[in-house]
Design a protein around this ligand. Structure first.
Ligand code: ATP
Ligand code: MG
Ligand code: MG
Ligand code: MG
Length: 563
């Protein structure tokens, strides 16, 4: 590709609205441009990086036996009503009406569509297992689009869905995807961890997130210093809980707060922000639910604070009662959703609480006896729930460390959540009709590109891992007006392309300083500079990552590049 007519507009200054390095570098190196909040165009360099990641994903998915298809981005409301998610999904779902006033959504994910396709066309156990995937644009009206394409409102996702006849089959399909994901992110040059994640309120607990380790990550990972234990802290203590057989006890102590308003007084006046809620935790006494704590999310000056701020007594808990606790994941809140989506879980919690959620984060705007730590002590509970750095790892090996992570992939055992709701059944060997057992597996392709840059850069710019670099080589003519330099560059360009290299050829009439600065910013793995020694048939080869420079006679260039 000749740079002269190539759309790769570089910027010298750091754009003021870009907070994180990958966002800044993607703008500065001319990979993306913002069209509106959370909506980005990928310019040719960015597009090439996307395609590189897509190709790796395709290869590994195909290798794992998955089949590529393409579903429509636009989905009819009826499908979402059938699965029960039309109402549950919340404001992240972008909805619109067509000219006949029929309701639609722009797909944030495709469980409904794929389930109907398989339902209608796969009837027998003989066809299963089956795994279908697509690479496609997804739409989510994120509450807070940020960090460029790391959290955008329109983004590219690979989503795969597996269909099996039984749980063992699902376990196998899941393991295959888990392994494929490990290969994909390794090939992308990422430092990542697969962590046990929160499966929300849908029963089955197997779900892992693939987290790229990065200080800008919005998730916190608790991992062991000496074993493979790693979990999203949202779930970590619950995992610990499982290991301890789920029987832990907790004292719940009540304080008197006579000045607070009663539920009745506040019920009508309170407006709740479902979007802020993350999950509910249920306290159980003698198998009876007594209290729900709803965990919320807060942002203060851009800092995300996670805490319990809303709770509701289901039945009076007295000061001397001993309370067992369980996470809503154990199924007490009932099968409602399939994603770990904030809004869906919030709805779940709210539904259970039925009287409305208490709280509001305003002085005197709380229900009576609902605010942890103020109305009752939950110290022990919090200690248990929020695993801390330095704690012994739940698996008994090593101690817990924390790290921040960017979620680039998510694998999930869905079970029969969709097949039952939407009637995706098959006939087994004995001619008996059974619901298919499903799994779903997502990778944020555009987010992965940004995460790669977040982990692979220096003060001068991007440092692409070879596997995902937009081009393999950057060929630079120091002085494009110099005849020898120009001629040698043109010959090399032709030859390198013939050899199968993707070459970006800086044939611009720019000053050398500009070319080198741009080259560092764009960050292709290898730079070949044709300068003064062109007359002697010598070029300079520079490795972006190590800064290593060697002079190479042109007749040895190809063999040098091979090493
Ligand atoms: P997050 O927790 O970051 O909101 P999610 O859990 O809602 O992500 P999933 O429903 O698991 O996302 O979707 C699969 C993958 O899609 C995620 O692992 C992530 O890589 C990507 N993804 C999700 N939301 C976005 C977004 N707004 N912008 C870019 N990529 C996204
Ligand atoms: Mg998530
Ligand atoms: Mg999300
Ligand atoms: Mg997820």
């Amino acid at each position: 590709m000749r740079q002269n007519h190539f759309l790769s507009p570089t910027l010298r200054d750091v754009p003021s609205d870009a907070e994180v390095t990958s966002h800044q570098l993607m703008l500065r190196a001319g990979l993306i441009r913002q069209t509106a909040s959370g909506l980005y165009s990928f310019l040719p360099l960015g597009m090439r990086a996307l395609q590189k990641v897509e190709n790796i994903v395709r290869q590994e998915m195909d290798e794992a036996g998955a089949q590529e298809l393409l579903m429509p981005a636009i989905q009819p409301a009826e499908l979402w009503q059938e699965s029960g998610r039309w109402d549950a999904y919340g404001p992240e779902l972008m909805r619109f009406n067509d000219r006949h006033n029929r309701e639609f959504a722009l797909g944030p994910t495709h469980e409904e569509v794929i389930t109907t396709i398989v339902r209608d066309d796969v009837k027998s156990y003989k066809k299963l297992p089956m795994n279908l995937y697509q690479i496609q644009t997804k739409f989510r009206d994120e509450r807070r689009p940020r960090f460029g394409v790391l959290r955008s409102r329109e983004f590219i996702m690979k989503d795969a869905y597996s269909f099996d006849i039984n749980q063992e089959g699902l376990d196998k399909s899941y393991t295959k995807m888990y392994e494929a994901y490990t290969n994909i992110f390794t090939r992308c040059g990422l430092d990542f961890r697969a962590v046990v994640a929160d499966s929300g309120a849908i029963g089955g607990k197997d779900t892992h997130e693939f987290m790229v380790l990065s200080s800008i990550g919005e998730d916190t990972i608790a991992y062991s210093s000496e074993s493979n234990y790693a979990a999203n802290i949202e779930i970590a203590p619950v995992v610990a809980q499982y290991e301890k057989s789920g029987e832990d006890l907790l004292e719940l102590e009540r304080f008197d707060t006579p000045d607070l308003k009663t539920i009745e007084e506040l019920e009508t006046s309170l407006s709740i922000s479902k979007e802020k809620l993350i999950k509910a935790v249920l306290f159980i006494v003698d198998e009876k639910p007594v209290l729900v704590l709803v965990r919320g999310d807060h942002e203060v000056n851009d800092v995300k604070i996670k805490h319990f701020y809303e709770a509701k007594k289901v039945e009076l808990a007295t000061a001397d009662q001993t309370i067992k606790f369980m996470n809503c994941e154990l199924g007490f809140i009932g099968p409602v959703n399939v994603t770990t989506d904030v809004d869906v879980l919030a709805d779940t919690a709210v539904e259970f609480i039925s009287n409305g959620v208490c709280g509001a984060n305003e002085k005197d705007k709380h229900f009576k006896n609902v605010n942890p730590d103020r109305d009752f002590s939950v110290k022990q509970y919090l200690d248990l729930r929020f695993i801390k750095e330095g704690d012994p790892s739940p698996d008994g090996k090593g101690i817990i460390r924390f790290a921040e992570g960017i979620e680039v992939g998510h694998v999930f055992k869905l079970g029969t959540r969709y097949s039952e709701a939407m009637g995706a059944n098959f006939l087994d060997e004995n001619g008996k009709s059974k619901p298919m057992i499903m799994g779903c597996y997502g990778i944020g392709i555009s987010r992965t590109v940004a995460a790669i840059i977040e982990q692979n850069h220096d003060e001068k710019g991007i440092v692409w891992p070879t596997s995902v670099a937009p081009f393999d080589l950057h060929l630079i003519t120091v002085n494009s007006k110099n005849v020898e330099q120009k001629e040698l560059s043109e010959n090399l360009y032709k030859q390198l392309k013939q050899e199968g290299y993707d070459v970006l050829f800086d044939d611009r009439a720019e000053r050398p300083g500009v070319k080198f600065t741009d080259a560092d910013l764009i960050g292709l793995p290898v730079r070949i500079t044709v300068g003064k020694k062109a007359t002697e048939g010598i070029v300079e080869v520079k490795i972006r990552k190590s800064d290593e420079v060697i002079e190479v006679p042109t007749d040895q260039l190809l063999s040098t590049l091979e090493d």
